[in-house]
Structures are given as structure tokens and as C-alpha cells.
Design a protein around this ligand. Sequence first.
Ligand code: FE2
Ligand code: FE2
Length: 476
Amino acid sequence: MESTINYSEKIPNNVNLAEDRALQRALERWQPEFLDWWRDMGPDGSSNFDVYLRTAVSVEPSGWAQFGYLKMPDYRWGIFLNPVEGGATINFGEHKGEPVWQDVPGEHRANLRRIIVTQGDTEPASVEQQRHLGLTCPSQYDLRNLFQVNVEEGRHLWAMVYLLHRYFGRDGREEADALLTRRSGDTDNPRILGAFNERTPDWLSFFMFTYFTDRDGKFQLAALAESGFEPLARTTKFMLTEEAHHMFVGESGVARVIQRTCDVMKELATDDPAKVRAAGAIDFETIQRYLNFHFSVTIDLFGADQSSNAATFYTAGLKGRFDETKRTDDHVLKGLAYPVQNIVDGRLVDHEVPMLNALNEVLRDDYIKDSIGGVERWNRVIDKAGLPFRLKVPHKAFHRKIGSLSQVRVAPDGRVISEAEWNANEANWLPTADDRAFVASLMGRVVEPGKFAGWIAPPVVGINRQPIHFEYVRFN
Ligand SMILES: [Fe+2]
Ligand SMILES: [Fe+2]
């Protein structure tokens, strides 16, 4: 297999698509439907902009990206899989040590399809959630990053649609069509997962989303990159390289919001949120509430703390753990235990359950460890400014809607509390209508090269070593 991508075809690919005429025709029929969806639900009013985008030219790390101006509907969405590793074997579950599957085993067909559809559904969902943000961008640099994330989520959809068309016959094609008909937040035909039906109404939400929720993508994709179904593993490995940029946009975006807030607080010598707001920056308390919201909504995406589906997916070799092969246990996990939290006498108590049933919790805990790292880096920005405030990731039982922890009210510090205490404090812990209205009031559109909105600091460096005042988007 070539790792270089063939761009001379209508659908760029490195999977020798031309050799499978029926598949090629089916995808060429889906392509205009995808473009219709992009025009309807993609970035609002952007079709004619020339955007300084990167495009994958090879799946090799050395030759990954090419930068240039492109109108987004002309982006070369296509099908890119990491190269085959000859002789690969399944690394976990009851098929451990057997050769990986090049085709879908009949008995796992329904489960694999469900896994692929659920992953695929998140990709267009986030584009839909973010579609109006371009109208209130804080700078050209940020606008370009938003668009880069959007076109890559579009490509992630292509990645899952390829698998559905190639390996799942007629039901696969129907699922691929349905991926273009569900709509984020729609009451009748919503996206599959909760966090992907929430609104992303402002840029603070966008940065929190790309930091926290795209990181969920990283962990889900990393678990699927272990799959015994090799085409899924190779597809998701390449998607992971794109995901890293999305999380960078989130982490650096929030860091720049914090930097600006620090500058304003020092200038005014105040820690009064009202004064910070009056100066047009976002107070730390509001940033913390946004963080609490996005973190809690995102950790729900990992599913119930105990799940027989998770056990089945693992044992069957469909979905592994994060960093599966770096772990030193037997990769079968029978007889092993893992702590999950329950409520006993009004307190959260760890109790051990079979690890196979707790694999959602294992992935969630790995995710939490990873997300804390960036929050510590945000705190270093505040620390460097000499200010005492510290942002904190809330307890994992806080504001949960899924699993046994959804049955109780828990404070960000992990105390189980009464409904009355929750009601008295909710406005301190989660964004209020007033917070959202204030953040919305800051969202003007700044598009002059090198200029930035007053609530966010400029980045340290530009994209692809271009200067910060580079013309990242030409509006025409
Ligand atoms: Fe994605
Ligand atoms: Fe992403």
C-alpha cells in the first residue's frame, strides 16, 4: 500500500479506491450529499473565503501537511489510512495473539457498525455546533484555526463513512446517509451523544470544547486504534494525528483568554470580577464555571461506569484501552478488579467491580489524568502573572447525567450534597444565563490581520511559522 495520497482522483485516497469500482461509485454518490450538508450546516457564510489551510499529502509523519489558500468547499476530503503493518496480531481480549482481521467478522458486525456510527456521528455534529462562530471570531488567526478544525472533522466523517461503505454493505450505506441527516440539537433527529447536542455559542465555549471534548475524541480514537479490525485501527491512527491540532487550539485558546485576564487584573490591580468584566476581559470565576460545564458534560461521553457492552467490545477485540500495548497486565483482564464510585450513606465510596465491566471508567480515568495536565499549564500562566487564583478540574461525580453518579448531587470538591445546597450554589459552579450573556457581549468580529479582540491575548507564534499578522483568511 502506498502511503502517498492520490490527489488526481475525485476522492483523494491511499486505499486504491479506483480498483473497487462499485465502492468508488457509491462514495462518489455520497460525495455531493456531503457537500450539500457542508453548504447547509458547515461554517456560516464562508464558502467564498480563501483560507490558509493545511491538507494531508501523505500519512508519513515527515510529509504530512501542505499549507495553502483554499476555499473550504474545495478542501480535498478523502480517505487516508496509516500503512499496513504486516503480520500484526490482536493485542487483547479472547483473540489475543491471532492475526488482525482485514474484514468484519460476522458475529461482531452489529457491534462494530455501532461503534463506527457512534464515532462518525460526532464528527459532523461538532461542525454543526460551531457553524456560527466565524461571525464572531476574535482574529483572523483564530478564524483560520476554527476552519481548519471544521474541515478536519469533515474528513473524520469521511473516514468513518469509508468503513461503512467498504465493509458493511447496504446497512453501511444507509448509516452513512443517516450521518448527514441527524442534526446537533434537533429535537426530532438529534446527534447520538449528549455533549454533541449542546450549543457552542461563543469562543470561550469553543476553546473549552476543543480542549475537553476533542480530547474525548483522542481517547476514543486511541482505544479504536487498538482494534482487531485492522482497517478501523489504521483509520483512527491517522485521525489521531489531526486531533492533536484541535486540542492545541483549545489549550492555547483558553491560555490566551487567561493571559488577557491576568493582564487586565494587574493593570487595574483588582481581583473583582465585576471590574474585570467592565474592562472587557473574562473573570476567572466565569472561566472556572465554563471549565466545570465542559469537563462534566464531556466525561459523560465515556458512558456508564459499569457496562457489559464495554466488556463485550474488549473481549471480542473490537475496542482496546488507551495505550493498550504499553500496559503490563495480561490484556485479557478476566478476574481483575477496578474501583468505581458509589454512594453509601450519603458519601462517595470506591468499590471494586470486575475490570472488564468497568472499562468505560478506566478510559474516563485515563482521560481525566490527561485533561488535568493542560489545566495545570493554564495555572502556570496565572502563577507567572503573580496572581493567587487556581483553576481546578471538578470532581468526576460533579454534574453527571450518566451512570450511578447521576443519581446524586455532588459539589465540585466531591462532597455529596442536598438538593437545597445544590440549588443555592449552582450559579457559582455552572455558567449562568448572565455569564453566557456577558461572554456573548464580548463576541465582536475582528478580522483585520494582526488585530485581536480585547478579551484574548495574541498567540505566541503564527501558523506554519507565518507571522501573527499574516493574512490567514482572504474574505473576497
Ligand atoms: Fe474528529
Ligand atoms: Fe477533533
